[in-house]
Write a new protein. Structure first.
Length: 152
């Protein structure tokens, strides 16, 4: 005797449609996730090397340490140089206690509005015995990195 269908058993046509829907939803979800991953890797910024940023910070603070203030001024970004003249920079540096030693604690790079930028964290020890902790913003102009911000 054939088995009779109960009201609790779905019809064969209904089960087929449910499977099809699940398959379509699963494939769509995989495609959406794949598209999100592809977009992420397509627009992700390439890494910006930290070596040139470290080197620029090293040169700048070495110039301050050796009282080579004119060259240190040349390491400043255009925006910072617009804030004061070279003579004002040199005069302000001559009034500060001389940099005895400095340590570059860390260097990082990132993109700001699509442009490369960096930050160098530096500890300065001055001849007066004071220790200063500075977070130095840096920008890339053309092919060269420059120190931005206040005179140090």
């Amino acid at each position: 005797m054939p088995a009779s269908k109960s009201s609790a058993t779905p019809a064969d046509g209904k089960t087929g449609r449910m499977r099809s829907r699940r398959t379509v939803v699963s494939v769509a979800a995989v495609c959406v996730i794949g598209a999100i991953i592809a977009i992420y890797f397509a627009v992700r910024s390439p890494n910006i090397p930290t070596g040139p940023v470290r080197s620029t910070a090293q040169t700048f603070f070495n110039d301050l340490k050796t009282k080579n203030f004119h060259d240190a001024y040349g390491s400043l970004c255009a925006v910072t140089r617009q804030s004061f003249t070279e003579e004002q920079f040199v005069s302000s540096q001559e009034q500060l206690s001389t940099v005895d030693t400095f340590t570059i604690v860390s260097v990082s790079t990132q993109r700001v509005d699509g442009a490369p930028a960096g930050t160098a964290v530096v500890n300065l020890m001055r001849n007066s015995g004071t220790i200063e902790h500075h977070s130095i913003p840096m920008v890339k102009q053309g092919d060269q990195w420059f120190v931005c911000g206040e005179p140090y």
